[in-house]
Ligand binder design. Structure first.
Ligand code: SAM
Length: 261
């Protein structure tokens, strides 16, 4: 297939974006003067010349390949986000407590982590919670609907996920959060990933699990910095303030919380 129509479409989308945002672009913006060297990373909303040799490291490459093989979608390129979740997992793996992910889809993050830290050797449990059939529409707010959150399209991944994670210490909990939260019998948590793309179940999960997170445990919020998910950011900032913590905004769009007290 010719790439010409794709090129025209991209040019159209870029031009529209430029016209809408040109007054916000500074003279020395990286849009005009891209970066200080050859681009090292140019995908998933992030373009930079910052060193990302981690992509070539053997341990990371194996973990990323395991994630890619879960087949979330064609041309899956979330290397930097997966680098972050693997780094978090590596740094908390010797704390007391189990791992929990709310919003699993095919399990790309969980599968990468399992590979990266040799999860089965740790004697921990990885709880994987999802409807496995997309967003629970009744929980999506009117504002989120207007913003286009319902355009996310997920296939039914339950059978795939059962197969992918059968060899590992995992408990798969199928159904809508918050309804399924009491089914998760975890006592202590050292790693919590929240990635459901809508605010109501995400905040419910955070409120439910926060007290179970051990000191120095970490929470990774996948959608925190993305414009489409501004309602999640507002809600999580409020939550973090209420428990005396601050969220680190990462250039990948993720938010990171280190539980200190
Ligand atoms: C972006 S995907 C998660 C991606 C995943 N973290 C990964 O490693 O690739 C979002 C997931 O959240 C799930 N989800 C959305 N709302 C939910 C809810 N209320 N309860 C349970 N799962 C939900 C969807 O079914 C979807 O699989």
């Amino acid at each position: 297939m010719s790439i010409f129509p794709l090129f025209i479409r991209r040019l159209y989308v870029r031009s529209k974006w430029f016209i809408k945002n040109y007054d916000k672009i500074e003279y020395n913006s990286t849009i005009f003067f891209p970066i200080f060297g050859p681009p090292t990373y140019n995908t998933d909303g992030l373009t930079t010349s910052t060193n990302c040799d981690f992509i070539k490291e053997k341990k990371f490459a194996a973990a990323y390949e395991a994630a890619r093989k879960t087949n979330p979608w064609p041309n899956f390129t979330l290397m930097w986000r997966i680098h972050v979740v693997c780094w978090v997992a590596e740094n908390i793996k010797n704390l007391e407590g189990d791992f929990v992910e709310c919003g699993v889809n095919t399990g790309a993050y969980a599968r990468a982590i399992i590979e990266y830290i040799n999860f089965n050797s740790l004697g921990k449990m990885f709880y994987l919670m999802d409807t496995f059939e997309g967003l629970d529409q009744k929980l999506v707010t009117e504002e989120e609907k207007k913003m286009g959150i319902l355009s996310y399209n997920y296939r039914n991944t339950y059978e795939e996920v059962k197969k992918t994670f059968a060899p590992f210490n995992t408990k798969i909990i199928k159904g809508s959060i918050p309804d399924t939260l009491p089914q998760c019998d975890v006592k202590k948590i050292c790693f919590l990933s929240i990635d459901m793309n809508n605010v109501v179940p995400e905040i419910a999960a955070m409120e439910y699990f926060w007290d179970k997170i051990v000191i120095n445990g970490m929470v990774i919020l996948d959608d925190y910095g993305f414009p489409l998910h501004i309602n999640q950011k507002i809600a999580f900032d409020k939550f973090a303030k209420s428990v005396g913590h601050e969220i680190l905004t990462l250039p990948t769009g993720q938010g990171l919380i280190l539980k200190t007290h």
